[in-house]
Ligand binder design. Sequence first.
Ligand code: ADP
Length: 616
Amino acid sequence: MRGASAPAATGASTAGALHVREMLFNDIGCLNVNPMKSLHLIKPYFSENRYLIICGLICLIAVDMLQLIIPRIIKWAVDDLTLFNIDLTELSSYALYIVAIAVMIGLFRYGWRRCLIGTSRRAEEGLRNILFAHIQTLSASYFDRVKTGDLMAHATNDIQHVRMAIGMGMVALTDAIVLGTAAIGFMLYINKLLTLIVLIPMPLVALSARFFSKKMHRLYGEVQKTFADLTEAVRERFAGIRIIKAYNREKDESLKLEAISRDYIDKNLSLVRITGSFFPMMLLFSNLSLAILLYLGGRQTIVLTITPGDFVAFISYIGLLTWPMMAMGWVINLIQRGRASLDRINRILQTKPDIVDIPGARSITDLSSDITFENVSFAYKHRNPPVLNKINIRLDKGKTLGIVGPPGSGKTTLISLIPRLFDVSSGCISIDGIDISRMRVFDLRTLISFMPQEPFLFAGTIRENILFGNNKIKDSKLISATKKASLYDTIRLFHNGFETVIGEKGVILSGGQKQRLALARALLKQAPVLIFDDPISQVDVETGNDIINSIRSMAGEKTIIIISHRLSAVRFADQIIALDRGRIVESGTHAELMEYDKYYAKTFRLQEIEEELNAH
Ligand code: ADP
């Protein structure tokens, strides 16, 4: 009799333990969560998927119920066996029942996973899309303030936590309530007093699950952070491998990485210590119940208060009860974390972009007259004094403005104000007499083709990077733009031409090639206003001349603003301004400024001598 009960009990508690592990490792696979005043963010996913959720909950409850039937079948089999009241056919039918139930459990478990976890995945996807779309609307100044790493953490960890709170939260809560109550109910049905006594250690399971899951969560967070540090450190060192080699820094960099790696291992070991003591602790508590049961239940079996079958079933119920007890402690943490993360996400979503369309913003489709700066001053929010001071410029349609000046004089800042990457602090920039802050931001930016100083290329092919979404553009135009940017011959040298994959940040391209690619991208955008931030800073004199000639060929047809550290590049401009510490200190044509004989003229002559010397 005893020999028969042991494997049955082990089978049930193994299934219970597996269930527990499955749940816990899913939790560890994610992190924080937090939704209360931010609940409106996830409500739509609950209502959209209500039928799926109902279906999932039905499947989950069915699994719980079916699990509870197995001990009953074992009870009947054991009782029949102990009374020698069974033949092989009956025995095999009991076995078949168990197989059938196991199959049903499998199917229903698949069902709840698809429905409930599927819903949480949909919510995750929706939240991520909303968050990404919103972050893209935020202004350049926001990205100056917030670290990219933090934004990445919101887009990954926080969203994962919300997903876990939704998916596993629903599961753990239902299991804690349904499986817990039903298992206790079945036990009470067998013997009330015995149930109450063996349940004594169970609250310890719930309490320690809460305690340990909190600790595990914190440590897992630290492990994730150190892992992110490690990945970033490795990525940075591989990206900068050339400079490391050139400066013979291999050994020092290896030592630095070893330190980061050690930190990562230490954090992991702390986590292992906690998870390593958690499972044995849980087993200890449930085995405590088992020991009480073995002694008291055994006695009751001997005096025939309960049957041997009941005794074995009781053991199985204890095994099944461990998970709901742990779920009770775990689900609280899960939901708390979910709420915290949802609040953090909500906070970002509540951040209003500084630069938005005002009500009734004007629509504009072309430049017909001029771009004007009137007494424009600008300070980056946290900076004092202003970077630009009382700037006055008038640039007529089809004319070219050259901007020169020492590094840090405010050239890039000045051109960033035109597409409203930043808004002026005082004064006004207008296009065709309309203040740009009263125009639709989309229209304004459509009007302008902007080539920044640091060309940014995305992972993808050369074609994708030049077209940058302009997929309808014909090949002839693409070729013409690359020719104008002096890039066509280079592309032809690549085995796959325009289809060459340029990798992360355009790593297979030289600095000058990247710059020319960014120029081709800017030229391809059919905009009436072209703004170039030092387009020849990284190319040789000859290529630089070709590029400037291409830009020059568009003079008259387009309105052009061009910053250049090489003054010969702006020589052709209709108007040139020289900035110094945020003020316009010189203004005029090339001839006028040469005559004025100050910064422009002196730098121009110096650069001319330099170029001549380099040529020899
Ligand atoms: P230039 O293009 O002439 O080299 P910039 O316009 O880039 O000059 O910079 C002008 C000044 O503004 C510099 O002192 C620079 O440090 C500062 N600056 C540039 N960008 C930012 C920013 N995002 N936040 C704060 N200060 C900035």
